[in-house]
Design a protein around this ligand. Structure first.
Ligand SMILES: Cc1cc2nc3c(=O)[nH]c(=O)nc-3n(C[C@H](O)[C@H](O)[C@H](O)COP(=O)(O)OP(=O)(O)OC[C@H]3O[C@@H](n4cnc5c(N)ncnc54)[C@H](O)[C@@H]3O)c2cc1C
Ligand code: SF4
Length: 525
């Protein structure tokens, strides 16, 4: 066992939120170490292949899934520097003001302890820092005005344009999506070449992945990344009022301790609570920062409703990026559907590849042999789809909790229990019906609404709130109970909206990291 020299901050996980904290603290001159369980990827390692890119998917200790709607790890977690955001689609819709006040407005779910107005400047700053392409003026039909995006929207392609008459017929206004992908050269990074391989990671740096943005900046400013460092526990002092560092196992499976003045957990919504449960002591018998009993609780996923269709001719579905071409917030109001509560967010989505996340093969799993051959040779040219993301309200029954099973070092694994309630299922049915009508109105020749609800994104489990009685952290991600322990990522969202979470995750991390840097003297120990 080795104990490493004390540093200012140790960050657990070198993904999207870890990168932001590392950059801000390195800018402030702090000595920062990021411990990452996976390898240290470079952009030049990335290969545009579905098979190769499987090595970027979530790995590490098993998660045990229970409930009807497991939020899968392959579509969510990452493995290695950059985390999941090394190969995400960088769709960057923001939350709207009413997402922060669901309890006050409707007497159900939860309120955020902060308002949209407090987060909005950080959306604009993140957009300028990492490069976002979009049309802010068009978005302002649904949200308060802010800064323009630094780049114009990405190009659209026929597989998206073909749907527009259908959306118009349904009375929905589609606008260009905001995406963290360069439509023009930006800050020395090239413009997108529209080859559609973002889900295998973008070797050119056109995608705003952590290596090309905040994490890269942190390393340039001296932050150290230690790969193959699997963190098992946060360590606390005898009185339990401060954290002192973390315990981890290195690539030789040897136990190490990294001492630090501040610990920041950025190991994704499933692993942050696991580490906190496994750090229990006499002073924190139910896990760190868990006086509320809410650690691991209010786990949320997004439902997804996909409608696939075939249009006449070649829709160019081999071109483009994984970012949205068009989106609408017209189905955002929480009570817009008569029998189901929550928001829905429609988008036209990305090009197809043969397999995996963007695969054509998954569209018709019922076809084999000659039929599959014809489908792939002829019909696949007209194939395109739209997707609605569906909001789930926080529910105490959906949770992660320690399991009886253990990892190779003897630490409990996590059990993830998740089932969508009747509101999500109602919103999903409404979206499937609406999407099918949109396809027909747009002139699709064949239409396949998804037969079952899909899941995307994992949120909650370490939610923010006003105090230790109602939540785990405050709006900066700082633990209510232990001032020099921070948690960042989608886990701190108390409600989720129907928007992809990572733009908001960046904005909250920037806000939290700057609060920490500014108040360092009174927080660090
Ligand atoms: C294919 C794909 C497409 C996506 N598209 C979008 C999109 O379009 N828009 C959007 O908003 N979001 C999208 N996401 C989700 C987005 O990538 C995540 O919201 C975001 O990366 C989460 O950031 P994070 O910092 O919390 O976690 P991550 O980026 O996953 O980083 C966590 C890191 O912690 C490490 N770690 C975990 N446990 C430990 C441990 N015990 N010790 C040390 N290290 C550990 C992991 O290896 C990982 O590298 C997508 C994800 C995927 C996979
Ligand atoms: S489509 Fe654009 S952002 Fe995606 S991998 Fe290719 S160049 Fe990078």
């Amino acid at each position: 066992m080795a104990t490493h020299e004390k540093v200012d901050a140790v960050i657990v996980g070198a993904g999207a939120s870890g990168g932001v904290f590392a950059a801000v603290l390195a800018r402030a001159g702090k000595k920062v170490v990021l411990l990452e369980q996976g390898p240290d990827w470079k952009l030049s390692d990335l290969i545009s292949s579905d098979i190769w890119s499987r090595r970027l998917k979530g790995s590490g200790p098993a998660i045990l899934y229970e409930g009807k709607n497991a939020v899968g790890r392959t579509g969510d977690m990452g493995w290695g520097t950059g985390g999941a955001a090394l190969h995400y689609s960088a769709n960057f819709p923001r939350l709207l003001p009413d997402d922060f006040t669901v309890r006050s407005d409707h007497g159900r779910a939860l309120d955020w302890p902060i308002s949209y107005a407090e987060v909005a400047p950080f959306y604009d700053r993140v957009a300028a820092d990492i490069g976002v392409s979009g049309d802010a003026k068009a978005e302002e039909r649904w949200r308060p005005p802010g800064a323009p995006y630094p780049m114009p929207p990405l190009k659209s392609f026929r597989y998206s344009d073909a749907w527009l008459p259908g959306f118009t017929a349904a009375g929905l206004t589609m606008i260009p999506g905001a995406v963290g992908i360069n439509s023009t050269e930006y800050k020395g990074r090239p413009a997108c070449i529209y080859d559609g391989w973002c889900n295998a990671g973008c070797p050119t740096g056109a995608l705003a992945n952590p290596q090309a943005t905040y994490l890269g900046e942190a390393r340039n400013k001296g932050a150290e990344v230690r790969p193959f460092s699997y963190v098992t526990r946060v360590l606390t002092n005898a009185s339990g009022d401060h954290v002192t560092g973390v315990e981890y196992y290195d690539d030789k499976k040897e136990r190490q301790v990294q001492e630090a003045s501040v610990v920041i957990l950025t190991a994704f919504a499933s692993q942050n609570p696991r580490i906190m449960f496994n750090s229990r002591t006499e002073k924190h018998p139910n896990g760190l920062a868990n006086r509320s009993g809410l650690l691991g609780k209010y786990l949320m996923g997004h439902g997804s409703a996909t409608v696939t269709a075939i249009f006449a001719g070649d829709v160019e579905n081999y071109r483009g990026s994984n970012g949205y071409n068009y989106v609408t917030y017209d189905r955002h109001p929480k009570t817009i559907r008569r029998d189901a509560f929550g928001s829905t967010f429609w988008s036209t989505t990305a090009p197809f590849k043969p397999n995996d996340v963007r695969g054509m093969a998954a569209v018709r799993p019922d076809l084999f042999g000659a039929e599959l051959d014809t489908f792939m040779k002829v019909k696949a040219r007209g194939l395109t789809r739209i997707t609605a993301i569906i909001e789930e309200m926080p529910d105490l029954e959906n949770r992660v909790e320690p399991a009886d099973e253990k990892d190779e070092f003897g630490f409990p694994l996590i059990r993830s229990v998740h089932t969508f309630g009747k509101d999500v299922m109602g919103l999903w049915s409404a979206a499937i019906e609406e999407g099918s009508a949109i396809a027909k109105a747009a002139g699709a020749k064949e239409v396949w609404p998804a037969a079952a609800i899909g899941t995307q994104h994992l949120l909650g489990g370490t939610i923010m709130g006003k105090g230790a009685g109602d939540s785990v952290v405050n709006s900066f991600g700082q633990s209510h109970e232990i001032g020099n322990l921070y948690v960042a990522g989608c886990g701190i969202f108390p409600t989720e909206s129907a928007a992809n979470p990572t733009f908001t995750l960046h904005a909250l991390s920037l806000r939290g990291a700057e609060q920490l840097a500014k108040n360092w003297g009174s927080i660090a120990s």
